[in-house]
Design a binder for this molecule. Structure first.
Ligand SMILES: [Fe+2]
Length: 469
């Protein structure tokens, strides 16, 4: 890990105007160590990794509420499990709530507890409101900043992702621990709102201070992607690889971005090599949700390009199958479904669709479930229709929701897989009007991202169809 300031004890947190309600210096330092690893996307083995730190943190002071907040928050934001599915997490949340009622906490800590409680209930926007309330008075509260940032990402709230950081950015002077990482976090929000020049300036500043900042590398990867600057993207990833490949929570995703350039360029074999050497092995070793969705997205994109991915879906299936009934994020659901279809596991396809429908029937306060009927179900059904060769039906499902898909979260680059699904479906339609739609969608795509070889290939395909009519 890059050189970090010494881990903060009780007094240091107090001096930073972020006092923690514990008398254990060790707990304070372990809280800091956990926070550092979360922000840097890196398990620091010298600290026992993130999991190791969180266990030691609980042992150092079992009553330390913010220790429970960071542990529960990280589990929940990992989106691999939920309080509905996981009894241990449910108990851990109850402990956090009970401890928070028994102790005199600061207002900031109470808001942290409330925010994690809201997130656990699926009330993501409300959780963000609490984190923003914290940031109003405590602009250097990194945990609130990062939890809010990640949750805005899940919500597809792009301007909020940017503005949340803009509001506190001047407070992160160089002496504040982790300040260079805030530049990277801010740059991502700027990039997702198409402010590429500002985003690039900040990401480069962050990287000049700390070349191992994998999240700033990631912003740069997105900028090259959005501009179809594929040659520059590949050489950037190549030349910086040794700086970010050990950031084990993000390396797979950065390799995924690298492979996207290769798919764009039509270098499918090279993309598969990255998949086999870096993406699939990391998925198997981490089992993280990000690595899972990246694997699905990558194989699905290659298939749309007409590439045979062999038995690779079969290796992904054991990772995704246990999540068919989770319904924590619709974005995840759509990617699990890709793997079920790819592996021809009809049972899992049906299980996902049936339970998804159920989750949308009584959504309650759960924000994702509220979106199920309008966005999640038609999106998933469209993927099934494509798989069945019912392209006209897929277009009818996708076209009305194409601008709503943003609400299931993820980045513009990640959600582009759904734009591609619609174009491919339209190209394969029986109805002439749908094939004309493909041409207009491709014109739109070309206008937004000129110079994309992938778009150019599809335009050539569309004009061939036109000539055949
Ligand atoms: Fe990304």
């Amino acid at each position: 890990m890059a050189s970090l300031a010494p881990l903060r004890d009780c007094q240091a947190w107090q001096q930073a105007r972020l006092p923690l309600s514990t008398t254990s210096n060790e707990a304070c330092k372990l809280f800091d160590a956990s926070l550092n690893q979360y922000v840097t996307w890196t398990n620091d083995q010298s600290l026992g990794g993130l999991e190791g730190c969180l266990s030691k943190l609980k042992a150092a002071d079992p009553d330390f509420v913010m220790g429970h907040v960071i542990a529960n928050g990280l589990t929940l934001l990992g989106t691999r499990t939920s309080v509905v599915l996981d009894q241990a997490l449910r108990r851990s949340m109850e402990t956090m709530m009970e401890l928070s009622r028994k102790q005199p906490l600061t207002e900031r800590e109470k808001l942290h507890v409330a925010a994690v409680e809201m997130f656990a209930k699926g009330c993501f926007p409300k959780a963000c409101t609490f984190w923003e309330e914290i940031l109003q008075d405590h602009p250097t509260d990194m945990l609130a900043l990062k939890f809010a940032h990640d949750t805005y990402f899940f919500l597809g709230y792009q301007p909020q992702m940017r503005d949340s950081v803009a509001r506190i950015f001047p407070h992160w002077t160089p002496s504040v621990p982790l300040s260079s990482y805030v530049k990277g976090i801010y740059s991502f929000g700027l990039m997702e709102t198409n402010l590429y020049d500002q985003a690039e300036k900040l990401a480069k500043e962050a990287l000049s201070l700390n070349p191992t900042d994998a999240w700033s590398v990631h912003t740069m990867a997105h900028i090259y992607e959005m501009k179809a600057a594929l040659k520059d993207g590949v050489s950037f990833m190549q030349s910086t690889e040794s700086n970010w490949k050990d950031s084990d929570m993000l390396a797979c995703h950065n390799y995924w971005h690298w492979a996207l350039y290769l798919i764009e360029k039509g270098e499918h074999e090279a993309a598969l090599t990255i998949y086999d050497q870096h993406i699939a092995p990391r998925l198997l070793s981490t089992g993280s949700m990000l690595d899972m969705v990246d694997s699905c997205s990558m194989l699905y994109r290659l298939q749309m390009e007409g590439v045979c991915v062999g038995d690779r879906w079969q290796a992904v299936l054991p990772m995704t199958k246990p999540h068919s009934k989770d319904h924590i994020l619709l974005f995840n659901d759509a990617h699990f479904l890709m793997s079920f279809l790819g592996a021809k596991d009809q049972g899992s396809v049906q299980e996902l669709l049936t339970t998804l429908q159920e989750s949308g029937q009584n959504p309650g306060d759960n924000h994702q479930h509220q979106l199920t009927r309008e966005v999640g179900l038609p999106l998933c059904q469209a993927l099934v229709e494509v798989d069945n060769g019912q392209h006209d039906r897929a277009v009818e499902l996708l076209l009305p929701i194409r601008y709503k898909i943003l609400e299931i979260g993820g980045s513009n680059a990640q959600r582009d897989v759904f734009n591609q699904v619609l174009v491919h479906a339209a190209l394969n339609c029986r109805q002439k009007s749908h094939r004309n739609l493909a041409r207009s969608l491709l014109m739109e795509r070309d206008a937004l991202k000129p110079g994309s070889p992938l778009t150019e290939r599809l335009i050539r395909k569309a004009s061939t169809l036109h000539l055949m009519e």
